[in-house]
Design a binder for this molecule. Sequence first.
Ligand code: ZN
Ligand code: ZN
Length: 366
Amino acid sequence: MLDNVRAAVAHRPKQPLDIETLSLDNLFPGEVLVEMKAAGICHTDLTLFDGSRAWTDYPLVLGHEGAGVVAETGPGVTSVRAGDHVILGAIPECGECPACRSTRLTNLCDTFFKPYPRRPFSLDGRPVRAFVELGTFSSHAVVRETQVCKIRSDAPLDVVCCMGCAGATGLGAAAFTAQVTPGSTVVVFGLGGIGTNVIDGARICGATRIIGVDTNPAKEKTARIAGLTDFVNPKDIAGDLVGHLREITKGGADYAFECVGSAQLWTQAVECTRIGWGTAVMVGIPPSSHETIAFRTRSILEGRRIMGCYIGNVKTRSQLPELVDWYMDGRLSLDQLVSARIPLEQINEGFAELKAGNVLRSVVQF
Ligand code: ZN
Ligand code: ZN
């Protein structure tokens, strides 16, 4: 039992997070105690307390992007031990279910969809939920071994913490899910933390033209460092955006990535790809998973392909280390993703900066 755990807790929607002192339960078999070193502030966390998503399970420790050091392991844990540097993953990799064992393209471990009723955090004896069973905005966390990825110890945790969500989602969408081919033309909708990593991934795959679409002109600079070749601000386009994108790509892009989570943008992402082999990949998460999206039936009959992924289809434990190697080999622009490093006490300011579009990622350091 740990008693002095400092964590950012959402108690109800449309209220700032409170910094609370929580307790953490002893380890169950298969669980790991992680001393958190750094955690990235992602837009998905924001939607869980700003009222834009229907969420009722409060109190809630937020945070699903994080890196730290293993402090203790529970019975039966074999893949990590005390002192190991780890990145936490929102999607478990049990290694045993049909999805984990398959060589097909998916990271959707069966256990991700099974309720895990454990509530290791508590506040004054009352159990506290952890978002995606992680809760990385906390000095310590008890998580399942299947959500813990051991990484090389020379990787800076205050940067590679962003691999858990933004890095894996963007890089994986381009390199694992779409498998962008050399010489391709790519359109990326939304140039935030995810979009920037899609650009990195597309560039590594050999895309020669990468067009970014965003209404915030301040996003152009960082996207160019990642590999953007053309910036399109929809506000500057006189006619329709899809027509413009088709024109500058001479008939349509080979790949389009929607990184915002907007049904309207998703339609445009499909329609801006070329006939025959254009591939549209849904990366952003809409506020409601029941939202419907529309496009012309002909768009599909014309041979376009539609794909989607959570966390880029990157398997948490077996595939994240390779992405860390990409960073350590100097192939990624991940350093610039971390716009600010802040203490836990400033987390609400970090969310405000993200909402205002002033930062790609603020990283909470413990
Ligand atoms: Zn995220
Ligand atoms: Zn599995």
